[in-house]
Design a protein around this ligand. Structure first.
Ligand code: SF4
Ligand code: SF4
Length: 298
């Protein structure tokens, strides 16, 4: 085991370089690679036509890349934006429901730049099984979306979970997902990963539970908590099982973050980026124009 000081220094370096884990990281850029189309659960706020709304902005369809295309894109972006320090896979489905494509992409990226910080965003269902592979591939930043730790609430959020070749429903589905998320969370923290937890705030569903959830995350030792508003916009399609569900008001969001903030430091600068976002936060670059400079984009 490493001395505590060395571990702390390593963690500080991890925090500093990632724009999503620290506001100071904003001078660095991140890049999301859309290489993972499938998902192993169904969230009621996701209609599956768009990017995974656990991490990224719903209503956006990313053009899927193969691992080789992803590495080429990274190479090009790195030439134009040398501050690109972080490469993450956040969809458009769940990266760990697409283990071959995800691992092949991580390896291809690390070949281009061995110093790059690799980042994965997942619903956590497959995390206990795949954590060792992620560590071996060099992943040090992890985001798990945990919307609740109470299966009664969870069954209102997740209509099904596909686990061990079975489609689970109801309370059992939610409990299985929650159990796996917490096992994965504990193991990832123990392995020295920097773990962010995303929670989608859904008024009337999990808003009264945010404080208890954050307390539990604090006990586990998660690094930062990102309470994100449900973005409910009919222009982006109707949500599968929460039709008519509104997103939280700014006041409700502030209130939830304040309650959660009693036990977990809160991330408040998340932009709910696209699964193919590239650049510094809030200053995305146009990847289509970069990859195809002669095309008329007007
Ligand atoms: Fe959709 Fe992401 Fe939920 Fe899967 S984990 S159902 S892709 S929001
Ligand atoms: Fe960072 Fe949020 Fe964008 Fe992910 S979605 S890259 S956490 S700002």
């Amino acid at each position: 085991e490493q001395p505590k000081d060395t571990k702390t220094q390593e963690q500080a370096a991890l925090v500093e370089k990632h724009p999503c884990f620290s506001k100071e990281g904003h001078r660095y850029a991140r890049m999301h690679l859309p290489v993972a189309p499938a998902c192993n659960i169904q969230c009621n706020y996701c209609n599956r036509k768009f990017d995974c709304s656990n991490e990224t902005r719903p209503g956006v369809v990313s053009k899927l890349l193969s691992p080789a295309m992803a590495a080429r894109r990274f190479q090009k972006v790195k030439q134009h934006v040398p501050e690109t320090q972080v490469v993450g896979i956040a969809g458009p489905g769940d990266p760990l429901a697409n283990p071959k494509a995800t691992l092949a992409s991580l390896k291809a990226i690390a070949k281009v730049d061995s110093e790059v910080h690799l980042c994965i965003s997942t619903n956590g269902l497959a995390l206990p099984d795949q954590l060792d592979d992620l560590i071996a591939a060099g992943v040090k930043h992890l985001t798990i979306t945990i919307n609740c730790i109470d299966a009664d609430i969870g069954q209102k959020i997740y209509p099904w979970v596909y686990f061990n070749q079975q489609r689970l429903r109801g309370r059992k589905a939610a409990q299985t997902l929650i159990d796996r998320q917490l096992i994965g969370l504990e193991a990832a923290i123990k392995a020295g990963m920097l773990v962010k937890v995303n929670t989608v705030l859904i008024p009337g569903i999990n808003d009264h539970h945010i404080e208890a959830l954050a307390e539990e995350l604090g006990r586990y030792g998660a690094f930062i908590h990102n309470v994100m508003p449900l973005i409910s916009d009919p222009a982006h399609g109707t949500y599968f099982g929460l039709m008519g569900q509104r997103g939280p008001t700014k006041e409700e969001l502030d209130n939830a973050r304040a309650l959660a903030g009693q036990s977990m430091s809160q991330m408040t600068h998340c932009q709910q980026c696209r699964a193919d976002a590239v650049g510094k936060l809030g200053q995305d670059i146009d990847i289509a124009a970069l990859e195809n400079p002669t095309a008329n984009t007007s």
